[in-house]
Design a protein around this ligand. Structure first.
Ligand SMILES: C[S@@+](CC[C@H](N)C(=O)[O-])C[C@H]1O[C@@H](n2cnc3c(N)ncnc32)[C@H](O)[C@@H]1O
Length: 661
C-alpha cells in the first residue's frame, strides 16, 4: 500500500526542507503552556536521528509531526524507562524488542468518543447523509472512510447514523465503512467492538438498545452494524489513499502533522473522495479555510464538499448587470471625471491595472508599482503579457482571457507570488470587463488586494488553534491515564481495605482466644493452688501415717492386691532386717527376707483370693536366734467393698502372751 517512487521521494525531501523553516516546530514549546520543550531539544541532531531510526527500522514516520507535542511524548516515554538522552534511548530501543510499540503508544494520542462534537454529527445526520443516501438510490452503494479511527467509536458512530436513516432499507444497501489507523492496539479494540457503559454516554439510550448488546459488564456492537466496518492499518503519511469515497471522516488527526505534511495530505483526500463527496474534519482543523480543492458546507463544523480536480472551477464567476450599473452613473464632465478617477487611482489601497483590448497597459496605479515592483513608466504602454507579473500570479493569464471572451467578472482567491526581496505576497485578484459608452468591451481591469497580513494572522490563528487543540487532546489523554491510575489505586485500596478487615477479624479472633486462654490460665492457677494445698495435705497425711506406723511397736506391712509392698514400718525393718526403702515398691515375694517370704507369700495370695484373714504361727525372725513369730494377714477393703490390700501384723510367739515384736 505504500506510495513509492522518485516523485514521492522528492516530495518528501521538499517537505523536510520546508519543515526546517516551518515555525510550528521548535518555537511551539515556548507558548503552548503544557510543558516547556526547548528549541534546542527539537533541533537536537540526536532527536532527529531517533526519528530517522523509527522511520527506517520500524516504519513509523513521525518526522513531520509537530515537534513540540512529539518531543513531549517521546520525553515522557524516556522518563518512564529512566533514560534522559536521545542516543541512550536509541540503544535502549535496540536492546528491547517491544520498546518501539511502547513508544508508539506513548506518541499516538487515541482520545476519541462516540459522536464526538455532537452538533457536528447532527449536521451529518440531518443534512449530508440523507442527501447522500438519496443520491445513492440507484447504485445502492455507500462508501465511507474513517481515517485515524483510533479504537473505532468514530466508525461505529457513522454506522449508527447510516443505519438510523436506512432503517428497513438496510439490507438493500451495500454499506462499507473503511476505518484505518496506524495504532494496532487501537485497531484491535475497534475490531472487538466492545465498550464499557461509560464510553456510551454520548449515545442515546434507544440507540444503545438498538445497536449494542450486553456482554458481561460491557456492550458489544451488534453484528449487523459490525459487518459494515472494515478495520485495517493505514498510514496517512505513507500509504496510498482509498478511492471513490462518499464521505471521508478524518477528525483530530491532521492537527498532529506540521503544515507541510498537512498540505501534502489534502490533495490525497481530494483524490480519495468522489466528485461532490464530503470531507469531515475535526473542529480545530482549519487548513482548508482557503482551499481550492474543497468548499465549506458547514465551516464551523469543518464539513467540506470536494470540488472538481481542476482548480479553475473553484473560482466562482458572477454576471454583473452592467446596464443597471451604467444607469446609476451620473453624466459628468469628462475632464472632471478623469481627474477624479485619477485621484481615486492614486489613493485606492489596491493595485489597479487596466489593459485595453489590444492588451496594452493603460492604467498602472502607485499601489501596483509598489506591489509588483515595476514603476508606472516601465509598465504603461507595454503589453501586459510582456511583464513577468502576468506569469508570476498563477492562473492570471488564463483568467484574463476568460473575462475577455465571456465578459464576466472573475476572481482568484488567495494566490501567492514571490517578490524580489524573497518574501511572498498573498493577494486576492478581481478581474472585471470595462465597457465604452456603446456597451462594447473597452478593456479589462485587474484589481489586486494585498491579503498578506490577513493570511499571516489567519495562519497564526490556525496554528494557535491547532496547538491548543493538540494540548487539549494531550490533556484529555493524560486525564484518561490519570483516571485509569485512579481506578487502579481505588481497586488496590479496596483490596487493602478487605485485607485490613480480614486482619481485624483475625485480630478479634486472636483477642477472644487470648481471653479464653487467660480465663483457662486463671482456672489452672486456682486448680494448681488447690493441688498444692492437697499435695501438702497429702504429704502431711503421709508423714502422719508414717509416724503412726513407726510409732506402733508391732511390725506392720501392707501389700496391694498384686502383692507389691506399699507400707513397711520401723518395727518390720527391725524384725526382718529389711529397710523401708528396700521394701516399699517391691513384690513381697522378692523381699530380701527369704525366711519370711517363703512361708507368707502363698498365704497372702490366698487372702487376696478369698478375702478371708489368716494367721500364721511359728514364723522365723530375721535372726535365727530369736523367738518365732505369729503373722496375721487381714484383707483391707474399701468402703465399696473392693479389696485394696492386705495388712500384715507380726507378734512374737511367747508362751501364751501376745506382745508386739
Ligand atoms: C486523537 S485520535 C482521533 C480519533 C478520532 N478520529 C476522533 O476524532 O475521535 C488520533 C488518531 O490518529 C491516529 N494517527 C496518528 N498518526 C496517524 C497516521 N500517520 N496515519 C493514520 N492514523 C494516524 C492515532 O493513532 C490516533 O488513533
Amino acid at each position: 500500500m505504500s506510495a513509492g517512487g522518485d516523485e514521492e521521494q522528492q516530495e518528501l525531501e521538499d517537505a523536510e526542507d520546508d519543515t526546517a523553516s516551518d515555525g510550528d516546530g521548535a518555537a511551539a514549546g515556548s507558548g503552548d503552556g503544557v510543558a516547556a520543550v526547548s528549541a534546542a531539544d527539537a533541533a537536537d541532531p540526536k532527536f532527529i536521528a531517533l526519528l530517522e531510526k523509527l522511520h527506517t527500522e520500524h516504519n513509523f514516520d513521525f518526522r513531520q509531526y509537530k515537534r513540540a507535542s512529539l518531543l513531549r511524548r517521546v520525553r515522557q516515554r524516556m522518563t518512564q524507562v529512566r533514560v534522559d538522552r536521545f542516543d541512550t534511548y536509541m540503544t535502549y530501543l535496540d536492546r528491547h524488542a517491544d520498546e518501539h510499540i511502547a513508544l508508539l503508544n506513548a506518541v499516538l494520542i487515541n482520545v476519541t468518543r462516540f459522536f464526538r462534537d455532537p452538533d457536528a454529527w447532527n449536521v451529518l445526520r440531518e443534512g449530508i447523509l440523507p442527501r447522500l443516501i438519496e443520491s445513492a438510490s440507484t447504485t445502492h452503494a455507500l462508501r465511507f472512510w474513517s481515517a485515524g479511527c483510533s479504537s473505532g467509536e468514530e466508525a461505529y458512530s457513522l454506522a449508527i447514523l447510516v443505519a438510523e436513516i436506512l432503517r428497513a432499507r438496510r439490507d438493500d444497501y451495500d454499506v462499507k465503512i473503511y476505518a484505518t489507523d496506524i495504532d494496532d492496539d487501537a485497531l484491535a479494540t475497534a475490531r472487538a467492538g466492545l465498550y464499557r457503559l461509560d464510553a456510551l454516554k454520548e449515545v442515546a439510550p434507544e440507540l444503545v438498545d438498538r445497536y449494542f448488546m450486553a456482554d458481561g459488564q460491557a456492550f458489544r456492537v451488534r453484528r449487523e452494524l459490525r459487518k459494515w466496518c472494515i478495520f485495517g492499518r493505514h498510514d496517512l503519511t505513507q500509504d496510498a489513499p482509498l478511492a471513490h469515497v462518499d464521505v471521508l471522516v478524518c477528525r483530530n488527526v491532521l492537527i498532529y502533522f506540521d503544515s507541510t505534511l498537512q498540505s501534502r495530505i489534502v490533495p490525497r483526500f481530494q483524490y480519495a473522495i468522489r466528485p461532490e463527496g464530503y470531507l469531515f474534519l475535526g473542529r480545530s482543523e482549519s487548513m482548508l479555510a482557503s482551499s481550492q480543492r474543497f468548499v465549506p458546507v458547514d465551516f464551523k463544523w469543518r464539513i467540506f464538499q470536494r470540488l472538481e480536480l481542476n482548480p479553475a472551477e473553484a473560482v466562482s464567476t458572477t454576471i454583473v448587470d452592467t446596464q443597471a450599473r451604467a444607469a446609476r452613473t451620473t453624466r459628468t464632465d469628462a475632464t472632471q471625471l478623469a481627474a477624479r478617477i485619477g485621484g481615486i487611482l492614486e489613493n485606492v489601497p489596491a493595485g489597479i491595472i487596466v489593459i485595453d483590448p489590444a492588451e496594452t497597459i493603460v492604467v498602472w496605479n502607485p499601489m501596483a508599482e509598489h506591489m509588483f515592483e515595476v514603476p508606472a513608466d516601465n509598465a504603461l504602454g507595454r503589453k501586459f503579457r510582456d511583464l513577468d507579473i502576468s506569469y508570476r500570479i498563477d492562473g492570471l493569464r488564463a483568467r484574463l482571457e476568460e473575462v475577455r471572451t465571456t465578459q464576466m467578472h472573475s476572481q482568484i482567491q488567495d494566490v501567492a507570488f514571490g517578490r524580489r526581496a524573497g518574501d511572498t505576497m498573498h493577494v486576492n485578484v478581481r478581474i472585471a470587463p470595462l465597457y465604452d459608452d456603446r456597451r462594447r468591451l473597452s478593456g479589462v481591469m485587474i484589481a489586486v488586494n494585498d491579503m498578506s497580513t490577513y493570511w499571516q494572522l489567519r495562519d497564526e490563528l490556525d496554528r494557535l488553534g491547532e496547538q491548543s487543540a493538540t494540548a487539549n487532546e494531550e490533556l484529555q489523554s493524560t486525564n484518561e491515564e490519570l483516571e485509569t491510575t485512579n481506578e487502579e489505586l481505588q481497586s488496590t485500596n479496596e483490596e487493602l481495605e478487605t485485607t485490613n478487615e480480614e486482619l481485624q477479624s483475625t485480630n478479634e479472633e486472636l483477642e477472644t482466644t487470648v481471653e479464653e486462654l487467660q480465663s483457662t490460665n486463671t482456672e489452672l492457677t486456682a486448680l494448681n493452688t488447690e493441688l498444692e494445698r492437697r499435695t501438702a495435705e497429702l504429704r502431711r497425711a503421709e508423714a502422719f501415717e508414717l509416724s503412726v506406723l513407726n510409732a506402733v511397736q508391732q511390725a506392720i506391712f501392707v501389700v496391694d492386691p498384686t502383692l507389691v509392698v506399699t507400707h513397711w514400718n520401723a518395727a518390720a525393718t527391725q524384725l526382718w532386717d529389711v529397710p523401708m526403702n528396700a521394701a516399699v515398691g517391691r513384690e513381697f515375694a522378692r523381699l530380701p527376707a527369704a525366711r519370711l517370704t517363703r512361708v507368707a507369700s502363698e498365704a497372702l495370695q490366698r487372702v487376696v483370693a478369698t478375702r478371708a484373714p489368716e494367721r500364721l504361727t511359728g514364723l522365723p525372725r530375721a535372726r535365727p536366734d530369736g523367738d518365732g513369730i505369729t503373722l496375721e494377714l487381714i484383707p483391707v477393703l474399701a468402703v465399696d467393698g473392693e479389696l485394696v490390700g492386705v495388712l500384715g501384723t507380726a507378734v512374737t510367739d511367747r508362751s501364751g502372751d501376745r506382745r508386739t515384736a
